[in-house]
Write a protein that binds this ligand. Structure first.
Ligand code: PLP
Length: 394
């Protein structure tokens, strides 16, 4: 039989995470590939999910999400960012940030419309754009003085008559960049000039380091009215398997996203929503400790990777550190990550898979540090062998 998959999805075969996690399992390697923590979320929040299940909260919740969670999200936005969102009409609970991004693109883009996203990008973006029949216009983030950023002229040049949406992820996976106010102002200016909608993926909003502040694009002048702001409990509370996210936006944008979302999943699972409402109200202290712990893990892994011979880009947020493999004598990150289990018993992710122009990211490899200290230490001691292997030429 010829491939039954629709043509627009054929370039999206198995994800690199499936390939690399299988490789880790097969070879018994330490998996610093996929970004999920190996410790649990706040115990009382987990208990809240259990009691919701035992308490019979097991039927369809309302389409926009359980009222307790929408209320808690509204209060959290106000306390944290000074942004007022009405729990009735301006907040929509989704099946993770992934569904929120997909539903937003499907709701806002006609076939042929264009979506700007910064590459390297989270892998679901390109697939969501393709599903919508829209066209992705990537703008490349490049290292400047040790930090990945964009060229404002390049961003400006990417906007055309069909541009509808700019997709902004900050803190940024996989580079660890947290966009500055000046960078966000460039983006906001373009949104105003060209009537673009900003869709912001802020799943790492609480996971920034060294006192760097996450600034939601919606807090810039005039931007609340044209921004679909997306968050998730997965990274904030170390429960990536709960797939509970939410959208905050003006009523007409929420209505648009919900019109699509209701026919994808109708609603998100009830017990997690109640537990996440508890998390937003009572576990932000736990999140602060998580942030401090992650910062220490970042330092642990970056020190080890530097000692092993990688060039390391110190991330200001997220779970990930970006490395340049060329000082070790390697040039192709995909080839290296496929060899890495044999060379060092470690699995990582070749950053090139997150690019529309893979050649621009060929020499970068991403490592995750959201792992127990002993796991990071063992990985680092194994990677120290690499310096001696001589790699490729030079
Ligand atoms: C992990 C991640 C997501 C997925 O969030 P879910 O809530 O699990 O769907 C989305 N965007 C980025 C940048 C991520 O790293």
């Amino acid at each position: 039989m010829s491939d039954p998959l629709v043509a627009r999805m054929r370039e999206f075969g198995t994800t690199i995470f499936a390939e690399m996690s299988a490789l880790a399992a097969r070879t018994g390697s330490i998996n610093l590939g996929q970004g999920f923590p190996d410790t649990d979320g706040p115990p009382e929040m987990l208990e809240r999910a259990v009691s919701a299940v035992r308490g019979g909260l097991n039927q369809y919740p309302p389409g926009p999400g359980v009222p307790e969670l929408r209320q808690a999200v509204s209060e959290h936005r106000k306390d944290h960012y000074g942004l007022a969102y009405d729990p009735d009409g301006e907040i929509l609970v989704t099946v993770g940030a992934t569904e929120a991004v997909a539903a937003s693109i499907l709701a806002l883009c006609e076939p042929g419309d264009e979506v700007i996203a910064f590459e390297p990008y989270y892998d679901s973006y390109a697939a969501s754009v393709a599903l919508a029949g829209a066209v992705l216009r990537p703008v490349t983030l490049r290292p400047v003085e040790g930090r990945f950023t964009f060229d404002p002229a390049e961003l400006r040049a990417a906007v055309g008559p069909r541009t509808r949406v700019i997709l902004v992820n900050s803190p940024h996976n996989p580079t660890g960049t947290v966009l500055t106010r000046a960078e966000l102002e460039e983006i906001a200016l373009l949104c105003h000039e060209h009537s673009l909608v900003a869709v912001t993926d802020e799943v790492y909003e609480h996971l920034t380091f060294d006192g760097v502040e996450h600034i939601p694009l919606a807090t810039l002048p005039g931007m609340r009215d044209r921004t679909v702001m997306i968050s998730s409990a997965g990274k904030t509370f170390s429960v990536t398997g709960w797939k509970t996210g939410w959208v905050c936006a003006p009523p007409e944008l929420v209505r648009a996203v919900q019109t699509v979302k209701q026919f994808l999943t109708f609603t998100a699972a009830a017990p997690w929503q109640l537990a996440v409402a508890h998390g937003l109200r009572h576990e932000l202290g736990w999140v602060s400790s998580l942030r401090a712990g992650l910062q220490a893990k970042r330092d642990r892994l970056t020190a080890g990777l530097s000692a092993a011979g990688f060039d390391v880009y110190r991330p200001a947020g997220t779970y990930f550190v970006q490395t340049d493999i060329r000082p070790l004598g390697f040039t192709d990150g995909l080839a290296l990550t496929r060899e890495l289990p044999a060379l060092a018993g470690v699995v990582a992710i070749p950053t090139q898979v997150f690019y529309a122009h893979p050649e621009r990211g060929g020499h970068f490899v991403r490592f995750a540090f959201c792992k127990k200290d002993e796991v990071i230490d063992e990985a680092v001691s194994r990677l120290a062998r690499l310096g001696g292997t001589g790699g490729g030429p030079g």
